[in-house]
Design a protein around this ligand. Structure first.
Ligand code: KIV
Length: 391
């Protein structure tokens, strides 16, 4: 038996909170439609109360996307809930996501309200959202730094007011995976009503733990994960969509879970988000970085040439990566990689020429980060013409 994990994509909302990112209506629409085509379950399109333009952008996405649920974020205040509902009017599956701070530090230092006032705000806002749609999500913000007794209390209040999804945010990317697992177990014990709701996790990557935390959450009963393509988002970003989707794809059987996401769209959506956000994907980024399927050292090249699975856990074709596994020649490459590359270029060397060319290649490689095909042709031409010594 495999449980379905609901994939909630927040590239267009928390992703857009990355410093320096501004999606136009067209960007939001194209990204949302591509996510929908990949069978993403919920797309958080934005925060309509932020501005008139943002409300229009969310409305445009809500009108166009038909199969995925479209979600709009709202603080636990009436004006925000109404703005979210108005923006979602054209949606075929509207969801309102209400949140309020719940850690003592944020109550005292940001909101200036006590716990009872916050409980009242949560109940009121969720009830108001339920007047517009049955699909209401509630997030106690900064839950991982909050008093677990208060988190349980506010979750109970939100459920009683009609929330169907309870999302636990690690707002400042603070928690460790084992502590998060314990938090979810504790919460489910304190609030048995959660059995009737969907439990969700929203992670930030401040300590680089967002993906590990999302998987720990899944192992502790969470059935919705909130993700952003390329991991973009506030500060160090959100849990990376491609990482969690592929970790579940690779380990789903042992985890007993699956998603409905079509992974063949991952490379394309990553590139689209990279282009539209203006945030370059680091070369070594898991799954979607330029080096994710490039092999540079001799031992790895030899292994991957014999059997791709020796050094790759994902078949690049599965994520729609058209270049696929690559051998990149450089200082640490060995003979196997060198020979495979010159064969791929159709170069045939005479007796002794291969040894000469390989020696020359190693000399050249010691002085540059990469030996490309043009360099190789030159090296082989020289070896063929005998211009390279056997020494
Ligand atoms: O990081 C956070 O806590 C959020 C919530 C609104 C889910 O973005």
């Amino acid at each position: 038996m495999s449980d379905k994990i609901i994939v909630f994509d927040t590239t267009l909302r928390d992703g857009e909170q990355a410093a320096g990112v501004c999606f136009s209506e067209r960007d939001k629409l194209e990204i949302a439609l591509q996510l929908e085509a990949m069978n993403v379950d919920v797309i958080e399109a934005g925060f309509p109360a932020a501005s008139r333009v943002e409300a229009c952008n969310v409305a445009a996405v809500a009108r166009q996307v038909r199969t995925a649920s479209i979600c709009a974020l709202s603080r636990a205040v009436p004006g925000d809930v109404d703005a979210a509902a108005a923006a979602l009017e054209g949606a075929s599956r509207p969801r309102i996501h209400v949140f309020v701070n719940c850690s003592d530090v944020q109550l005292a230092q940001q909101l200036g309200k006590d716990r009872d006032e916050v409980l009242g705000m949560a109940a009121f806002a969720v009830r108001r959202a339920r007047k517009y749609t049955d699909d209401v999500e509630f997030s106690p913000m900064d839950a991982t730094r909050a008093d677990p007794v208060f988190v349980a209390q506010i979750v109970r209040v939100a459920l009683a007011a009609g929330a169907r999804t309870i999302n636990i945010p690690d707002t400042v990317g603070y928690i460790l995976p084992d502590r998060l697992a314990a938090l979810f177990r504790d919460l489910q014990q304190r609030v048995p009503e959660l059995e009737e709701a969907i439990l969700s996790f929203h992670g930030q990557d401040d300590l680089g733990l967002a993906t590990a935390n999302a998987l720990a959450a899944v192992l502790s009963g969470v059935r919705q994960v909130e993700l952003a393509v390329n991991g973009i988002g506030e500060r160090a970003g959100n849990t990376a969509f491609e990482e969690v989707v592929m970790a579940i794809q690779v380990h789903g059987e042992s985890l007993g879970v699956h998603t409905n996401v079509d992974p063949s769209g991952i490379t394309a959506i990553s590139r689209l988000v990279e282009e539209r956000s203006g945030m370059a994907v680091p070369r070594n980024k898991a799954i979607v970085g330029a080096n994710a399927f490039r092999h540079a050292s001799g031992i790895h090249q030899d292994g991957v040439l014999k059997f791709r699975g020796n050094y790759e856990v994902i078949d690049p074709a599965v994520i729609g990566h058209t270049t696929g596994t690559e051998i990149v020649l450089g200082k640490l490459s060995g003979r196997a990689g060198f020979v495979s590359r010159i064969r791929a270029l159709g170069i045939v060397l005479p007796e002794g020429g291969l040894d000469r060319a390989f020696d020359r290649f190693q000399e050249v490689a010691n002085h540059r980060p990469q030996v490309d095909d043009e360099d190789l042709r030159e090296i082989c031409d020289m070896a063929q013409s005998g211009c390279v010594s056997d020494a």
